[in-house]
Design a protein around this ligand. Structure first.
Ligand code: ADP
Ligand code: GLC
Length: 474
């Protein structure tokens, strides 16, 4: 089975969030299922620099403004197709943002180009390789189905929704610069509330839709979570399935992780906790050391943590946070760190520190208002760092709440709270401190967390079965 994955970021080459982790992990996870996956990426500087033996397999005279080449090669163990288009992608920094921290004004065209090349490969192949399935991720791959219609290509199409909060909208006047067929500017096409939405185009056009957890699949069909696309989701209900993400269990393995002092169980966490406290300048304390590794946006509910913090600190708990994003939240956590010796804040993006935090913490807080899947709570499980999570999306599907019944049956792996409010978070932090103080219960919770499977096995089978179903008889 030949599948082209179409993604705007892919770990370890270029990453702003979990989408990159998933795009980076899928090819290896699916190889075991007989799927040969190649990944189409924009030629950002980090990608073209890493590409080894890149061979030109196609040339485009005018790819949204200038000529471009399609290169095939390998990097970081991935089989890549890379769009070498300096006018679109040879830019510094993040894939989406300019140096001023704002979206590049031509993002609609930049990712339309990604989708266009994806559709082109689906129609013409690349260097003799013809994918049977085009598997796009998020709005950046939304127009694939629109361009396939224009080109007459016939591969099966899958679109995975990692976050419906990014609909890829732009003004209707961009229709021509985006090379969209004006005749498809209607409710069954790419029109969205009078404008254009790349995600909507893909949601209407793809043969199959997936999202990254079963609970989020249900939530997407509700006005509360659908962000204006819930009607489209309900309309396409029969095409939509939730397939839970896994994590890279090699990169995130407490027994072999080069960034930490490797360990196999609760006892081994003590050395990492002591090292983390020393690194973060935190004194000893009796309560749990909570950690957070997160983008700082409204989605992640970190404002609730600032408000509920006394519930943790008053019981001897501590907090260490690594993140960046919203300036108001960055300021709030910096201030909390300055004002309280038991709070440590590091603003920035730091892969190695994220491992040390997750290894050294007792608990990881993920109080998201919505969370399509979430990966850090799974890192927490694997490292015996008990997740405290809002009951939503993938957080609902990956954590077993320490209810009296679950504790009695010894199956609990974390703490869930609902609704996602300051009061409920306070309650969860109070519960955390109580559980932590009961050493027997705590050690069973940690052991259960570490034993919970968080890899790709099941989900890789689900994707492979989906591809097989879509291509049967084609
Ligand atoms: P999202 O994709 O919504 O940001 P996920 O939990 O799916 O949320 O994925 C986030 C990924 O980004 C995880 O791999 C997490 O460890 C990583 N991450 C987020 N913020 C940082 C940071 N400041 N430093 C290092 N890694 C981070
Ligand atoms: C998105 C979501 C996150 C998910 C990730 C990977 O960034 O916000 O919940 O884990 O995609 O699918």
């Amino acid at each position: 089975m030949r599948v082209l994955s179409i993604a705007s970021e892919c770990a370890p080459l270029v990453k702003t969030g979990g989408l990159a982790d998933v795009a980076g992990a899928l090819p290896a996870a699916l190889a075991g299922q007989g799927v040969q996956m190649r990944t189409l990426l924009p030629g950002y500087p980090a990608v073209t620099a890493a590409l080894r033996d890149g061979a030109e397999v196609a040339r485009f005279d005018d790819l949204f403004g200038a000529s471009a080449r399609l290169l095939a090669g390998q990097a970081a163990g991935l089989d890549l197709l890379v769009i070498d288009a300096p006018h679109l992608f040879a830019r510094p920094g993040n894939p989406y943002l300019g140096p001023d921290g704002r979206d590049w004004p031509d993002n609609p065209e930049r990712f339309a180009a990604l989708s266009w090349v994806g559709a082109w490969i689906g129609t013409h192949g690349a260097g003799g390789w013809h994918p049977q399935v085009l598997h796009g991720h998020d709005w950046q791959a939304g127009f694939v189905t629109e361009y396939l219609r224009q080109m007459g290509g016939r591969p099966a199409t899958v679109l995975t929704i990692h976050n419906v909060a990014f609909p890829g909208t732009t003004d209707a006047s961009r229709m021509h610069s985006l090379r969209l067929d004006p005749g498809r500017f209607h409710v069954d096409g790419y029109e969205f509330y009078g404008g254009i939405s790349a995600l909507k185009a893909g949601l209407m056009g793809a043969d199959a839709l997936t999202t990254v957890s079963p609970t989020y699949a249900e939530e997407l069909m509700t006005p509360e979570f659908g962000m204006g696309l819930d009607g489209v989701m309900r309309h396409r209900r029969s095409a939509l399935t939730g397939i839970l993400n896994g994590i890279d269990t090699d990169a995130w393995n407490p027994a072999t992780d080069p960034a930490i002092q490797p360990y196999a169980g609760l006892d081994g966490k003590a050395a990492n906790k002591a090292a983390l406290r020393a690194e973060m300048g935190l004194p000893d304390a009796d309560g749990p050391l909570c950690v957070i590794v997160s983008r700082m946006t409204h989605q992640k509910g970190l404002d609730l943590v600032l408000e509920a913090l006394p519930a943790l600190l008053d019981r001897g708990g501590q907090l260490a946070l690594l993140g960046s994003g919203d300036p108001g939240l960055e300021y709030g956590f910096r201030l909390a760190g300055d004002q309280n010796p038991h709070v440590a804040t590091r603003i920035g993006y730091d892969e190695a520190l994220s491992h040390r935090l997750i290894a050294g913490g007792d608990a990881i807080l993920v109080p998201s208002r919505f969370e399509p899947c979430g990966l850090t709570q799974m890192y927490g499980l694997r490292y015996g760092t008990v997740p405290v999570v809002g009951l939503t999306g993938g957080l609902a599907d990956t954590v077993i709440n320490a209810s009296p019944a679950a504790l009695a049956r010894d199956v609990a792996t974390g703490i869930q709270f609902s609704p996602v409010t300051v009061d409920a978070l306070r309650g969860a932090l109070t519960r955390l401190c109580q559980l932590y103080a009961d050493r027997d219960t705590w050690s069973r919770l940690v052991a259960n967390a570490m034993a919970q499977p968080v890899g790709w096995d099941q989900s890789a089978q689900a994707y492979a079965a989906l591809y097989a179903r879509l291509t049967a008889g084609r």
